[in-house]
Design a protein around this ligand. Structure first.
Ligand SMILES: Nc1ncnc2c1ncn2[C@@H]1O[C@H](COP(=O)(O)OP(=O)(O)O)[C@@H](O)[C@H]1O
Ligand SMILES: [Mg+2]
Ligand SMILES: [Zn+2]
Length: 417
């Protein structure tokens, strides 16, 4: 991509209501744009690109373990939620509306009912089980206090998966598979996270675990052990406190987490309520055992930045970065600088490397500020020193610079990228 063609309106202005680094930088770097201060956001081209990259990691890992992607109607008839009783329970977060024929609908905040409905209309026999269906799409929750940018929006991108089983044992097996799959997803995205015991809350069911991104700005209090993998949300470990002794003998530590994922053993709560049954191996109708698994995909963008930023801007992890390399031609009036920038840009593109070429007329100072704000992991500065045959390779983390001989640039880049 050529910067001169890119719709990426960077800004020096901190948005009025923004306090978190991720909220400030995602807007200032031109990734997202607030729609009327109401927890609603537009994604500009690079924000959309990052969202797609993160979604692709989620999709790849789920597909590997046999999950199948679907896409449910975003609008759900309220009658389905009447069957589960949640149209009464869910309260004001649920956005409801009527169509022209006076029928009641809602904008899905989560899809247990809709997915159970799909399965009860489709699956007949235990031979078709187990089944794990997921989607990555918008959810709507009329949050009482939407805040912190993508962290708590009213409309947000969520991956929600639902599994269906003939036995509790098989559902618990899948729960473990999903726990491992989530660990792979968060690890690939370069995140520092802990899995903690959690409250099942409003969705109901038996066991539940949350995936917490460790960050001072997190809204959840969690207690963790650094010697073993024990961790719990203080919502369930209500009497836990700093320095308590873990079952492994080490001492526990209180910290803050951002809830990025949540997995539940649901049991038959929804399948029974919606009378969703299959014929078991005895030929008898039986309600499904279910699990449900969520990842806040748009919240992950905020989480990545909460964990990876400095006082100048974003520092994307490799798997989430909008580009692999950001080339800055310091002065485009210098023919040698521009020619080298163009050549390296075309060469890397041909090799399938995703590269941004800043060939704008602007001064170097403005371009390097944009580089720092936007946070591509690696940069290449082609500047004055090219007259001595040298260019500069930059690592966004720490802004460490390495002088590279221009004649050795191609092999240098082939090695680091
Ligand atoms: N308002 C929101 N904005 C952005 N992401 C959200 C929001 N609410 C939930 N999420 C994400 O969706 C995931 C699954 O949702 P769920 O566990 O039902 O949410 P909650 O625990 O807030 O009720 C959460 O782990 C979180 O990452
Ligand atoms: Mg949750
Ligand atoms: Zn321990």
């Amino acid at each position: 991509m050529r910067f001169s063609r890119l719709l990426s309106p960077t800004s020096k202005q901190t948005p009025n209501d923004a306090t978190l680094a991720s909220h400030i930088y995602l807007i200032r770097a031109g990734y997202i744009q607030s729609v009327g201060d109401s927890g609603l956001y537009n994604y500009l081209p690079l924000g959309k690109k990052i969202l797609d990259k993160v979604s692709a990691v989620v999709k790849e890992e789920l597909d590997k373990v046999g999950c199948q992607e679907v896409s449910l109607s975003f609008v759900t008839p309220q009658s389905l939620w009447d069957e589960s009783g949640r149209s009464q329970e869910y309260g004001k977060e649920l956005l409801r509306f009527k169509d022209r024929k006076d029928n009641d609908y809602l904008l899905s905040p989560t899809n247990e009912e809709a997915m159970v409905n799909l399965v009860r209309n489709t699956v007949k026999s235990y031979k078709q089980l187990p089944l794990n269906l997921y989607q990555i799409n918008l959810k709507f929750r009329d949050e009482i206090r939407p805040r912190f940018g993508l962290m708590r929006g009213r409309e947000f991108l969520m991956k929600d998966a639902y599994s269906f089983h003939a036995s509790t044992q098989d559902m618990q097996r899948e729960f473990s598979v999903m726990e491992e799959t989530y660990k792979k997803i968060f690890t690939r995205l370069g995140l520092d996270f802990r899995v903690v015991q959690a409250d099942s809350g409003q969705i109901g069911g038996e066991g539940s675990k949350e995936f917490m991104l460790l960050a001072d700005s997190g809204e959840d209090d969690i207690i963790v052990c650094d010697a073993c993998d024990y961790g719990a949300n203080v919502e369930v470990a209500t009497d836990a406190s700093e320095g308590d002794i873990c079952a492994c003998g080490a001492s526990l530590r209180m910290t803050k987490g951002i809830e990025a994922g949540h997995i539940f053993q649901l049991g038959s709560k929804y399948s029974e309520a919606l009378k969703a049954t299959f014929l078991n191996d005895q030929g008898k109708a039986q309600a499904y055992q279910m699990g449900t698994y969520g990842i806040g995909v748009s919240r992950l963008l905020a989480g990545i930045i909460e964990q990876n930023h400095d006082d100048k801007g974003c520092i994307w992890t490799k798997a989430s970065a909008p580009f692999d390399l950001h080339i800055i031609v310091s002065n485009i009036k210098d023919e040698a600088q521009l020619a080298l920038g163009e050549r390296v840009y075309e060469m890397l593109k041909a090799r399938g490397i995703d590269v941004l070429l800043d060939e704008r007329k602007d001064r170097f100072g403005a371009k390097i500020k944009d580089y720092e704000l936007m946070g591509v992991p690696y940069g290449l500065i082609i500047g004055k020193n090219l007259s001595n045959g040298m260019v500069e390779f930059v690592t966004r983390q720490g802004m460490d610079k390495t002088e590279v001989d221009a004649t050795e640039l191609d092999s240098f880049l082939a090695e680091v990228l």
